[in-house]
Design a protein around this ligand. Structure first.
Ligand SMILES: O=C(O)CCC(=O)C(=O)O
Ligand SMILES: [Fe+2]
Length: 234
């Protein structure tokens, strides 16, 4: 694996898609673990205001915070760690591991940046692992605007509208998607029974641990720790 050229591509586009990065049987095992945790009808964890305004319907689970270490199957993968280091440099660190579940008929996630983009050196790195196929039938495609990690603040506007030059990703079981936290991205509505993705978030050296507390949407900035709209955008 040519880590340097992959890292260069990442820094150019703001994302990378690597199919068949993880073995299918590991993915099946982790997918079952996530589904067993959530059941098919988990309660929302976010406030009604957030769900409505952010047009984002997803339930997070932080397995390590509950002592569930099975996700080491991914986290301890040497290629995964080397690729992360090629992108973030020495001294990078894990931020947290978050499995995300969305059920049938939900909205997905509106356009957002995971953290404010004003300081280009301060960002989270999403390392998204897909434990089942995302297909046009299932929905929940991940959409990203290439190069947008260098474009500053997400444009204000409709939470879910199509943007020129957006790229639609159909990650499969075992696909790794690496995505810069400043890149403009969203998730389409879910048509199938469920959608699962697991994000092994990482940070470069010197990044505050609460970097993802404030997210930028097209209609607001939102702070999760206080469940607060910090700014309305029009
Ligand atoms: O699940 C995905 O494909 C993307 C989720 C996302 O926006 C994130 O983890 O920051
Ligand atoms: Fe995101």
């Amino acid at each position: 694996m040519d880590y340097t050229s992959l890292a260069n591509r990442f820094w150019n586009d703001g994302y990378l898609v690597l199919e068949d990065f993880f073995e299918g049987d590991k993915m099946d095992y982790l997918n079952k673990l996530v589904l067993d945790h959530f059941g098919m009808k988990p309660e929302w964890e976010h406030t009604d205001e957030f769900l409505e305004k952010a047009a984002t319907e997803v339930v997070p689970w932080f397995p390590y915070r509950e002592g569930v270490t099975d996700f080491d199957l991914v986290d301890h993968d040497e290629r995964f760690q080397k690729l992360t280091e090629a992108i973030l440099g020495v001294g990078w660190d894990n931020l947290y591991c978050m499995a995300m579940f969305s059920k049938a008929g939900t909205k997905g996630q509106a356009w957002h940046q995971d953290c404010p983009p004003e300081n280009s050196k301060q960002f989270n790195l999403n390392r998204l692992v897909y434990t089942h196929d995302i297909t046009p039938e299932i929905g929940g495609e991940t959409i990203v605007l290439p190069g947008s990690h260098k474009m500053g603040e997400l444009s204000a506007g409709e939470p879910h509208e199509d943007l020129k030059d957006q790229v639609t990703l159909y990650p499969k079981r075992g696909t790794l998607v690496i995505l810069h936290g400043h890149s403009w991205h969203r998730v389409l509505p879910i048509k199938g029974e469920f959608r699962v993705s697991t994000n092994f978030r990482a940070i470069p050296k010197g990044t505050p641990e609460d970097i993802t507390d404030i997210a930028v949407y097209r209609n607001m900035r939102y702070r999760f720790s206080t469940n607060e709209v910090l700014e309305d955008r029009v």
